[in-house]
Design a protein around this ligand. Structure first.
Ligand SMILES: [Ca+2]
Ligand SMILES: [Ca+2]
Length: 467
């Protein structure tokens, strides 16, 4: 990326030569800017200053004596500003840390300015804390990126933020590339601030990345373009991914994230494509333990496994917009009543609601899901799901899986359908007759090729009359 660099000089004796592009070797872990740039006295802050003053792109390396050390930013000095093209080559994320001082100090670690191309590798970036002020909207605890930043083999961890992007805010038209990097254990005071927050004209590309254990912030909040590959998003609170822009996730695992809202694994209002991925063990909220799709959102799933997620409604997926799935397995999800909340639990596999909701399932398996009330497999309030070559089987609670169209009175006995009756003049008598028989319940159902139940009414109600 930074070709205009003399990489031939590698010892501290050679540095620095003011005004000459090339290599700068940081030789002290003290955060200072005293004008002494001699070997043993060149700080990271000074190296960034020299790089900005020298023409061309520069490489910043660290003397071996700094192995296993931390550069702690001093209170009197501000964040480190990267305002020229640099390649900062750390000694390894487990060997060198830049720490802004922790949440008792209001200061982020790095600010990458606009029109700057920077690469940071082998570094842990921690202890940043961004809060509201007249000059700052309190975002980007570890890094505020407004340029083009590539992070390689690094950790962005234990940063704190009042607003957005506990680890990283990717702002304006910024470009952020993450390779083999972890963004973990960061915290936002803004519940959905994101460990990584990507603004609407910005772009994030991540490969072999871990986004884990971020507290309150959730994992990634995307308003722009997001591409994730071979990435794990796990154990974040306030959800795994919130997408309002365009997101393409390939070979990604989104697991064990929690949220008190909807979409514990993935909350989507944008265009989301998931390929060869797994969403499992997410939950804690109302709609959509695995995926919640809302507004004008579009979710396309291809070869995805959605399993063991939990929610009040739509444990696997809650869909209020457009959902297309192919070669996908939705299994062992559980729609359960949350303590203290309204007792609604519909749609173990998929909960589908809204007049414009569209569901198209191809070569998909919906199995072994459960719902406390109804629709172990699919519960459809409205909309018209289309199933091709799709198996809905082994789902539990009341009549089981399925969904359908058309109003009929179904009565069931121990999970088995009895004869269906159209709602009409005779339905009331049919209903009364069935209700008098032990073990039987009647419900208003819809019917499709899949032949399963959608709407359930409690046995003490007259379902046809209620509709
Ligand atoms: Ca110095
Ligand atoms: Ca320069």
């Amino acid at each position: 990326m930074l070709a205009d660099v003399d990489r031939s000089r590698s010892s501290t004796e050679d540095v620095p030569d003011l005004g000459v592009k090339g290599l700068l070797i940081v030789s002290t872990n003290v955060d200072e800017s005293d004008g002494n740039y001699s070997p043993g006295d060149l700080s990271l802050r000074e190296a960034l200053l020299l790089a900005a003053g020298a023409p061309g792109n520069d490489v910043i390396q660290f003397d071996n004596s700094l192995r296993d050390s931390t550069i702690t930013l001093v209170p009197a000095l501000r964040q480190l500003v990267i305002d020229s093209n640099v390649d900062i080559q750390g000694l390894g994320a487990d060997q060198l840390t830049v720490d802004a001082g922790g949440s008792s100090v209001t200061r982020r670690v790095f600010h990458v300015a606009t029109n700057v191309e920077a690469t940071i590798s082998g570094l842990t970036i921690s202890g940043g804390n961004a809060q509201y002020s007249e000059q700052d909207d309190g975002s980007g605890g570890g890094i505020l990126n407004e340029g083009t930043l590539t992070l390689i083999d690094s950790d962005v961890s234990n940063n704190h933020v009042g607003n957005r992007g506990a680890g990283i805010l990717n702002a304006g038209t910024a470009r952020l590339t993450l390779i083999r990097t972890a963004v973990s254990d960061n915290q936002a005071e803004n519940e959905y601030g994101g460990a990584i927050y990507n603004e609407d004209l910005a772009r994030v590309v991540a490969t072999d990345v871990t986004i884990a254990r971020n507290f309150e912030s959730g994992g990634i909040v995307n308003h722009g373009e997001l591409e994730l590959e071979r990435t794990s998003i796990d154990h974040n609170t306030s959800g795994g991914v919130r997408n309002y822009g365009t997101a393409t996730l390939i070979n990604v695992t989104i697991s064990d994230n929690s949220s008190e809202g909807s979409g514990s694994g993935v909350y989507n209002r944008g265009v989301l494509t998931l390929i060869d991925s797994t969403i499992s063990g997410n939950g804690g909220g109302r709609f959509g333990g695995g995926i919640g799709n809302f507004g004008d959102g579009s979710v396309t799933l291809e070869n995805v496994t959605i399993s063991a997620n939990r929610a009040e409604d739509g444990a696997g997926i809650a869909n209020f917009a457009t959902l297309t799935a192919s070669n996908t397995t939705i299994s062992s999800n559980e729609a359960e009543t949350q303590p203290g909340n309204e007792a609604e639990d519909w749609g173990g596999g998929i909960y589908n609601e809204s007049g414009t909701a569209t569901v198209r399932l191809v070569n998909t398996t919906i199995s072994d899901n459960s719902a406390g009330m109804d629709g172990g497999g699919i519960y459809t309030v409205s909309g018209n799901p289309t199933l091709y070559n799709t198996l809905v089987a082994g789902n539990v609670r009341l009549p089981g899986g399925g969904h359908a169209t058309g109003r009929r009175l179904w009565c069931v006995r121990r999970g088995q359908f009895l004869q269906p009756h159209r709602c009409g003049r005779r339905q009331h008598r049919v209903y009364q007759r069935h209700q008098r028989q032990p073990g039987r319940q009647c419900c208003l159902a819809a019917e499709s090729d899949a032949g399963y139940v959608v709407r359930q009414r409690r046995s003490y109600q007259n379902p046809c009359a209620a509709n």
